[in-house]
Design a binder for this molecule. Structure first.
Ligand SMILES: Nc1nc2c(c(=O)[nH]1)N[C@H]1C(S)=C(S)[C@@H](COP(=O)(O)O)O[C@H]1N2
Ligand SMILES: [Mo]
Length: 328
């Protein structure tokens, strides 16, 4: 059975609990920073690592969570946090977990600029604290044809954007990731033109499905998954879901995006999951679930990819009349 999709209005208000503030781990991180300074390089201590996976509280469950009950299995915490794409920490899937442990995520500030009434430098917690955290179980599909089902924790991006107050000239939102060579070994190689950049059309950014995620599995976002805040745009290929955001700019023209700049023929601006439009080098018709059940031959069989990753009901209307081969 497929994950049931639901509208934002379906949030179960009975399950709303008071929001409480983020747990602090500054002390631990300060200690870790000191260790780095002292020995030049080095892993976070195990104690800090455990502490870094703090539980979040006051999370609102939503109807999207019915996925849990409707037959599609959640991808394990271990798989979600150990098989990653985060090129700032290296290009192999195991690099982010290995290399992102020391990323300093507290304090964290985000520059908000462009066509917006409340520009400025916001503290991460100031962006998030006025909102209720929601848990949303979403399918997530990488353009490389692996996929997963993850209980993300976050705030609908629309709620955050409304507070920032985009003006009538804001037609798109552009996002940028931190670039810091001292913390991100991958940026020494020009595999992409850093900073990692992404963008959404304003209606996509305001769509109730679009989440500014701050955690998963009820815990703070692990660094390798894009701490402290990253986008989740579940009907688009994974690369649209930009990690460790430090800048949000409201613009009047379609912004440049990293993958489009690096290979425009392969990666368009829209990048909606579409099983009928192949990547120039491989098919997009099927996908393989991380940690899925293996068959008698011992491998995980591929399963069909769904149009808009299964979220057609809530997003197809935004692309009515557009040729999805041209706007890929
Ligand atoms: N800053 C940044 N964001 C990024 C990436 C990246 O390399 N750098 N990789 C993207 C890709 S290709 C995917 S599939 C997802 C992976 O998210 P996950 O590691 O949480 O599964 O992050 C996306 N966001
Ligand atoms: Mo991806």
């Amino acid at each position: 059975m497929l994950i049931r999709t639901a509208k934002a209005s379906d949030i179960l208000s009975s399950e709303i609990t008071p929001h409480s503030v983020f747990l602090r781990r500054r002390q631990c991180l300060r200690a870790a920073a000191f260790t780095f300074a002292a020995i030049g390089i080095g892993p976070y201590s195990l104690a800090c690592r455990a502490e870094a996976e703090q539980k979040l509280s006051g999370i609102v469950k939503t109807k999207w969570n019915e996925a849990r009950l409707s037959g599609e299995e959640l991808t394990s915490y271990d798989d979600v946090t150990s098989y990653n794409n985060f090129y700032e920490f290296g290009t192999s899937k195991s690099d982010p977990k290995r290399n992102a442990g020391g990323l300093q995520t507290k304090p964290w500030s985000v520059v908000v600029d462009g066509h917006v009434e409340n520009p400025g430098t916001y503290d991460f917690e100031d962006i998030i604290k006025r909102h209720k955290l929601e848990e949303r179980v979403y399918r997530f599909r990488c353009v490389e044809a692996w996929s997963m089902v993850v209980p993300w924790i976050g705030v609908p991006l629309a709620n955050i954007i409304r507070r920032m107050g985009p003006t009538g000239n804001a037609k798109y939102v552009a996002f940028e990731t931190l670039v810091d060579e001292s913390q991100m070994p991958g940026v020494r190689q020009k595999v992409l033109d850093w900073p990692y950049r992404e963008g959404l059309r304003m209606d996509e950014a305001m769509n109730p499905l679009t989440l500014m995620a701050v955690g998963l599995y009820g815990k703070e976002m692990p660094n390798q998954n894009g701490a402290p805040l990253r986008l989740i745009v579940p009907w688009k290929y994974g690369f649209k879901s930009i990690k460790s955001i430090v800048r949000i700019t409201f613009v009047d023209k379609q912004p440049m995006t990293s993958w489009n700049m690096s290979s425009g023929r392969e990666y368009g601006f829209y990048s909606n999951v579409n099983p009928s439009v192949d990547h120039p080098r491989w098919s997009q018709a099927k996908e393989r679930r991380l940690g899925g059940s293996t068959n008698v031959f011992g491998f995980i069989p591929k399963q069909p990819t769904l149009m808009f990753n299964g979220y057609k009901e809530e997003v197809a209307g935004m692309y009515a009349g557009m040729d999805l081969r041209e706007f890929y």
